[in-house]
Structure formats: C-alpha cells, structure tokens
Design a protein around this ligand. Structure first.
Ligand code: ATP
Ligand code: MG
Length: 393
C-alpha cells in the first residue's frame, strides 16, 4: 500500500468522481517502492487534457499536445497525463506523434523499464503487468519488452538504463548490456540536450560505479568522443566528490579536451568545469604568491573546490594540498590583495602623478600589484605612490 499525499489523493478522487480513472505512475511509484521520497508525483488518466482542465480551477497547459496538463493544488504542481501510445518512432528520436489511449496497460507498455511501468491508486492497488515490483525487490533494471527493440525506438533509453543503475545501485539486465553493445553508436541520433539531462543525473548519482557500464558497453566514446578515456579511478573519485556537477564532470574529464560544448552545457558549467580541469592538469601553486596569481582569474571559492578535487585525484599530495588550503584561507581572512580592484593605488592616482593613461600605466599597475602580492604590507596608497615617484618599479 502507498500512502498518497493529500493533494494527489484529491486529484485522483476528483477525476474518479467525474467517471475517469487515475493512477500515480512512473518514477514516483518506483521511488516509493525502493524507499525514496519522490521528487514529484505524476498522474496518468484516461481523461483527455481538456476534460482534465475542466475539472480543476488552476491548470497550466504544459504539453497539451503530448497529453500533459499541470494541475496546481495549493500552489503545488502535479502533472496529469492522458494515457498514451507512442506513435511511429522516426530514426530513434522522440515519437513523431502520440495518440491517446483508453487503456492504462497500453500506457504502461510504452514505458522504458519495468520499474518505471507500475501504476497505483488506493482503490485498485498496484497495476504492474511487467513485474516491476519483483525487479525492484531483486534490484534489477529490465526493459519492458525486448531491449534491442526498445533501444531502436529510442536510443536515449540506453543511457537511461545506465543512469538508473547509477541512481539506484541496481544491476542492469544482461539483455540490456548486450543490446547497448550492439547499438551504442545510435545514441548519436539523440539530441545533445536529452543526453545532457541524463548525464547530469548520472554524474550526480549515489552509485557512480555505473559509469563503468558506459565504458564496458562502448557507449562512452559516442557521448564524449572517440579519444575520450575514462580515468581508471573515476568511480572511486566520484564517490568521494561532493554532488556538484562541475566538480564531478571535471573528475571525469581530467586530462582531456573539454567536450561539454558538444553536449550544449550552459556556459557557467562549462567555464567552471574547464577551470577545474586546467588547474588539475598543473602542479600545485608552490607559494602564497602563486596562489594569489591563480586568484586573479579563479575566485577563491572555486579555487577551494579545486583543492578538494585535487585531494581526491592526487591523495599522495595531501600534505601540500592541506598547506595550500591553509594559505588560501589566510589570504582570504586577511583580505590580502590579489587584484587591481583592491590595489591601494588606482589609475586615477597615477594620472594625477602625471602618468598618461595607456599601455604604460597598465604595466605600472600590474607591476605594483605584483609587488603587493609578494609583500601585502606594501598595499597602502602612500607607499605605492612613493614607489612610483621614486621610480622604484
Ligand atoms: P526521475 O526521478 O529521475 O525524474 P523518472 O522515472 O521520473 O525519474 P522521467 O524522465 O521523469 O524519469 O520520466 C517519467 C516516466 O516516463 C518514467 O518513469 C518512464 O515511465 C517514462 N519515460 C521517460 N522517458 C522515457 C523514454 N525515453 N522511453 C520510455 N519511457 C520513458
Ligand atoms: Mg521524473
């Protein structure tokens, strides 16, 4: 039995009172059964979108074409989707068209894995035509129907299989692994955005050893490129790493050219990940001064996270990393200057001393900053002005 949240129960009852059937379905049923609180509750019904809209006062047309209406109850959103059969699949992409169905079982049969193809409501109990509950108990990810056939329909399901393994820690059915080995190259037909969404969930998952399935099935080169090689300790590293996407991506991409652009990652993720990969590819800064040189283009918070990554990927250097970490904290706590913004002398000061704005002035400021980074005590306007007037640069 599943105890449904009040709002969900209310939606199901409202639909039932109007003569429709309605069930919770998909990820939320799976998550409850494996003892995890669902992030959202999806409802499937034989009511058509317009009929659903007619029964609730607040709705949003999320994907009417695909049968989805978002119902708002006490400002909480719930996706209510009409039973569907996926239409023709054009070359392994999303179905070209979907048609509505009156049958829950038909709707369940288009779903990818048995554990994702279970429905429940408090009246009928579980509807589980493919043995999803048994597979959840056994910790097994299995396709609804023949794996190869389902992957030919939609190649993204291959990556989803591995993603669910990483999220749940379950074993992936042999038939799935064999099918991926034969069909890995067809992932190229899937849009980068859909791949990225699954990769994100995979990278942040709790059982990252599943990344090896990407490697062993040969799927990985089709995602990260032919030259890409998974670091030998990738899974171990990910396990030790905070659940932050750029940090975890950097551990996967250590020593490689960045291929995040291809997957249409946002610039913030790309930039942060690239910084980590670059820093990890270089020796640690050997002095306080060198740390500050890094801080000119890496914010202290990011540099601190880089040190966390370094400790994961290079545990042999733990002592040096600890020392760098301590020095970083000191630099920040003392407010030591490492950028022109906090340099105690400005271009205006130099101009008033007769130095014309331009390249020369820029060089002078750089050289003053360099001195200050070596000797923080110099960062006072009078001292720096004195150095300029005595031509000490
Ligand atoms: P999560 O908790 O990560 O959101 P989820 O199972 O809810 O997991 P979604 O991508 O949100 O995953 O999809 C919701 C449901 O829709 C799935 O449980 C599955 O039944 C079905 N589904 C999603 N994508 C596919 C697909 N590519 N092929 C077949 N069924 C799919
Ligand atoms: Mg979901």
């Amino acid at each position: 039995m599943i105890v449904l949240p009040d709002n969900v129960q209310k939606i199901i009852q409202t639909l039932a009172a109007a003569g429709y059937e309605a069930f919770i379905v998909g990820g939320c049923v799976r998550d409850v059964l494996r003892g995890v609180t669902p992030a959202d509750w999806d409802i499937a019904t034989d009511a058509k979108p317009l009929q659903v809209k007619g029964l609730f006062s607040r709705t949003v047309d999320t994907g009417i074409k695909h049968g989805t209406v978002t119902v708002l109850i006490n400002k909480q959103p719930y996706e209510v989707t009409t039973y569907r059969i996926d239409g023709e699949y054009a070359d392994g992409r999303r179905p070209v068209q979907v048609s509505f169905s009156a049958s829950l079982e038909e709707d369940l049969s288009r779903r990818d894995f048995t554990m994702n193809a279970i429905a429940y409501n408090s009246e009928a109990g579980f509807v589980d035509p493919f043995g999803g509950r048994k597979d959840i108990t056994a910790g097994l990810i299995r396709c609804v129907g023949q794996a190869a056939h389902r992957f030919e329909e939609d190649a993204l399901r291959m990556l989803r299989a591995v993603r669910f393994a990483a999220v749940t820690g379950y074993r992936v059915d042999e038939e799935i692994l064999r099918a991926i080995s034969g069909l890995g190259h067809t992932i190229a037909k899937v849009s980068p955005e859909r791949i990225r969404e699954e990769m994100c969930k995979l990278v942040l998952a709790t059982h990252p050893q599943a990344v090896w399935l990407l490697e062993s099935t040969g799927l990985l080169p089709h995602i990260f490129g032919e030259e890409y090689a998974l670091p030998a300790l990738a899974a171990e590293w990910l396990r030790q790493c905070p659940k932050e996407e750029p940090m975890r991506l950097a551990l996967l991409l250590i020593g490689t050219e960045n291929m995040l652009q291809n997957l249409r990652y946002d610039n913030k993720t790309i930039n942060e990940t690239t910084l980590y990969v670059r820093l990890l590819g270089r020796p640690l800064p050997a002095s306080r001064y060198e740390i500050k040189k890094n801080l000119r283009y890496v914010p202290p918070e990011i540099f601190g996270k880089f040190l966390v990554l370094k400790e994961i990927a290079a545990p042999g250097e733990a002592q040096a990393i600890e020392k760098t970490s301590q020095e970083l904290a000191d630099i920040v706590a003392n407010g030591e200057c490492y950028s022109l913004k906090t340099l105690a002398i400005t271009g205006k000061d130099l101009a008033s001393m007769g130095i014309p704005p331009g390249e020369k002035m820029g060089e002078m400021l750089e050289s003053l900053l360099d001195r200050v980074m070596e000797s923080p005590g110099l960062n006072m306007r009078d001292i720096l002005c004195g150095m300029v007037s005595r031509d000490l640069l």
